[in-house]
Write a new protein. Structure first.
Length: 366
């Protein structure tokens, strides 16, 4: 039976995905965002304008709504394009409308995203879980140019993804592949989330270039060009610590360079300039706050948690967390993804991996 797709979140990623799907012949039934102004822009224009080297044209988009119940009622496969630090909030909001035949794909996953999403649904009354999965990244490198106008600078050549539990991987791929042609299977959802390289890409250059973040100049519009020799060295040290923890857990590892070769064939793409005074939200900036506020608590804090479970030292990761705490004047260790929040507290490595693969624990059996 053909599936009906709904986009959840109409930011950079959600609008890019909606427009690209339409122009590739797979129109979503609806696009949802809590921001009324964002939805109004799409409605007023009748869709989303697409620009850039990947796709050009106008994508008619129907079903733009700020009503979550209406959005959920429009389909059965939900492509969730909100930042990972609100996945749990979204799970609470959507729980009353969830059905067993639904599919939720978190785009992208971070460490433990699918596991926590399932846990939150259960805690909010969902007796029989839907199919849940996550991707390693977003399908594109993209930004909004102006409201209801997306500029995709690059498309991933391959987009690894996996289900939680991993025994449902093939089922997930069969559902998602018709909408995202580049989808491919990874080993499991925990590996996929740990291999999201956003934290490696963003955290060190951001924290070590605060002048460019706080006093941006026109020539600094390409965030990926901010890496001096020292910044690059520290970035790679952080990535190596991530990979060492993953190997010790028995996860499938994709290095930072391996990711860029797999997804972008090793090419660097220059961002498409945004239009000035366009009324875009702060999340559309070239160096948005989420490079710290999402990537630290959802990306490297849980890696530090797993390192402690394994008795490993991760000095660069811990230093970056502490520096982020100082810069933001908050405690990311407390706010971030923990073993407790993932429902993994008290488990050893074998028990964790069994749970990731089967969705069952020795204690609960479910």
């Amino acid at each position: 039976m053909a599936k009906s797709y709904v986009i959840i979140g109409a930011g950079n990623g959600g609008q890019s995905l909606a427009g690209d799907m339409v122009l590739r012949g797979v129109a979503p039934k609806a696009i949802y965002d809590i921001n009324e102004a964002t939805i109004a822009s799409i409605r007023q224009q009748g869709g989303i304008k697409m620009s850039g080297p990947v796709v050009e044209g106008f994508a008619p988009v129907s079903g733009a709504t700020a009503n979550l119940e209406e959005a959920v009622g429009s389909g059965d496969v939900f492509l969730v394009c909100v930042t990972s630090n609100i996945y749990n909030l979204f799970a609470k909001q959507v729980a009353p409308f969830v059905r067993p035949n639904h599919t939720f794909l978190l785009i992208p996953g971070y460490v433990g995203s699918s596991i926590m999403f399932a846990k939150t649904l259960r805690e909010n009354g969902v007796k029989e879980l839907p199919l849940i999965g996550e991707t390693i990244s977003f399908p594109y490198a993209t930004r909004l140019i102006e409201p209801a106008h997306a500029g995709i600078k690059a498309r991933k050549a391959v987009l690894p993804m996996a289900a939680f539990p991993a025994v449902r991987n093939q089922e997930l791929l069969d559902i998602i592949k018709p909408a995202i042609f580049e989808a491919a299977l990874g080993q499991d959802a925990l590996s996929i989330g740990c291999n999201n390289v956003n934290p490696t890409t963003h955290i060190v250059p951001y924290l070590m270039n605060m002048d460019k973040v706080e006093m941006p100049r026109p020539e600094d519009f390409d965030f990926h060009a901010w890496g001096s020799e020292t910044v690059q060295r520290i970035k790679y040290q952080l990535d190596e610590e991530r990979c060492q923890v993953m190997r010790k857990l028995g996860l499938e590892v994709v290095t930072y360079d391996g990711f860029n070769e797999l997804c972008y064939k090793g090419k660097h793409y220059v961002p498409i300039p945004q239009k000035e005074a366009s009324g875009l939200p702060s999340t559309a900036k070239q160096a948005p706050d989420r490079y710290i506020d999402e990537d630290v608590p959802m990306g490297i804090v849980p890696i530090a948690e797993f390192a402690r479970l394994l008795g490993m030292e991760v000095p660069v990761i811990d230093t970056m967390i502490r520096l982020a705490n100082i810069v933001r004047n908050r405690d990311f260790y407390a706010a971030g993804t923990s073993m407790q929040k993932m429902g993994l507290a008290g488990m050893d490595v074998k028990e964790i991996m069994d749970y990731v693969m089967t969705g069952k624990t020795a204690a609960k059996g479910d």
